[in-house]
Design a protein around this ligand. Structure first.
Ligand SMILES: Cc1ncc(COP(=O)(O)O)c(C=O)c1O
Length: 364
């Protein structure tokens, strides 16, 4: 390729710069009114009662788990295929992440395997909507109900991706989003927690701000409980509000990039595009594929300046969470074949067609 095609490039414009300048001029940089405005706008978009903004997707999951009372002695079910942050957030809450194998078609947590992993210590399930693809929420909520478990969704990669018209992250008691640089909207780092539960909302606010449910004075405030400092500043929120102004175009571009790959790679031997349910409202954060000889394709694409990304190693193969391959037949077999294709908003339709052509040539 003449031009390098990136896996992802965050985009910013005049809106973000002007809104950040306003915050700087106001001289109130802390978590404040602009943060509240950003929380209200995202809650409205997601169709939930509350959003609490925080420092990252990881802290969002931690706060949600701590907020529902998960702690020492508890077990939390987490898929074996996810970014390690999901399990680390459980560990941060003092609980034990228990890994669960995934559905071989979608690479999201497999409800049948969930049933087998439940013990008397299990308190919650954290399904992950990998690449913006909905985990089987019907099956998961049904199991959760039968066993008295709480569901906190890791929707880090699924901001405004929907399942049957309802935003992912709004099915469980709380849903957590990441605003890191390779997401639909970014504030550099940042996270959001969506919930309809008024009490949990108050608890989340306390936990993110030293036990104060309302923004404090910094002086003679009442601190109802132990909390931390996971605040989200007006500066970050200004960037976020600017990003939201470009949201519809971005969501459409992400869907179009996926459609282009699905069309361009249809019938090509050695590669298959993982499907998204676009009609139901799913938004592909990045287009993912299974490839027979993944590493060879990945390397040859990089040599042609086409930058994809290989999937994360299954969590059971990472040092902190090591376990036997035999317990995870699907992730063990499939993850070495999974990768993401370049998915940056900056890719034109012609770029996507060109990538498909290069893949066809390499695989032939
Ligand atoms: C599935 C998943 N969970 C959690 C996270 C953690 O989010 P953050 O990087 O904002 O802490 C990510 C991050 O990209 C992710 O992809």
């Amino acid at each position: 390729m003449n031009r390098k095609l990136d896996f992802w490039i965050p985009q910013f414009g005049a809106d973000e710069k002007a809104l950040v300048a306003d915050v700087l001029d106001s001289s109130f940089l802390n978590d404040g009114e602009v943060t509240t405005q950003f929380e209200r706008q995202t809650a409205e978009l997601l169709g939930c009662r509350h959003v609490v903004a925080t420092t990252s997707g990881t802290t969002a999951i931690f706060l949600a788990l701590a907020g529902i009372g998960v702690g020492a002695g508890d077990e939390v079910l987490v898929p074996d295929v996810t970014f390690i942050a999901t399990a680390n957030a459980v560990t941060l809450a003092g609980a034990k992440p228990v890994l669960v194998d995934v559905d071989p078609q979608k690479l999201t947590i497999d409800p049948q395997c969930i049933e087998r992993a439940i013990t008397p210590r299990t308190k919650a399930i954290v399904p992950v909507h990998v690449s913006g693809r909905a985990a089987d929420m019907g099956g998961i909520l049904d199991i959760a109900k039968r066993h008295g478990l709480l569901v906190v969704e890791d929707a880090a990669e699924a901001f405004l991706s929907k399942h049957e018209g309802k935003a992912l992250g709004t099915f469980g008691v709380a849903g957590c989003y990441s605003l890191s640089p390779n997401k639909t909207i970014t504030t550099g780092q940042g996270g959001l927690i969506a919930t309809d539960d008024d009490r949990l909302h108050v608890r989340l606010r306390e936990l993110k701000d030293q036990g104060r449910p309302e923004r404090g004075s910094g002086g003679d405030d009442a601190h109802n409980s132990i909390g931390y400092n996971f605040k989200f500043t007006n500066l970050q929120a200004a960037v976020g509000l600017g990003q939201l102004r470009d949201l519809s175009r971005r969501l459409e571009r992400m869907r179009d990039i996926y459609r282009g790959y699905a069309e361009g790679l249809r019938g090509v031997r050695g590669v298959s595009v993982l499907p998204f349910c676009i009609e139901g409202g799913e938004v592909p954060q990045w287009t993912d594929v299974f490839v027979e000889r993944r590493d060879a394709l990945y390397d040859q694409l990089v040599a042609r300046r086409i930058c994809g990304r290989r999937f994360w190693h299954p969590l059971h193969t990472q040092a902190p969470y090591r376990a036997s391959d035999e317990l995870f037949p699907n992730s063990t077999k499939l993850v070495p074949h999974a990768m993401w294709l370049p998915s940056a908003f900056t890719l034109s339709d012609a770029d996507v067609t060109a990538v498909c052509g290069e893949i066809q040539e390499i695989l032939a």
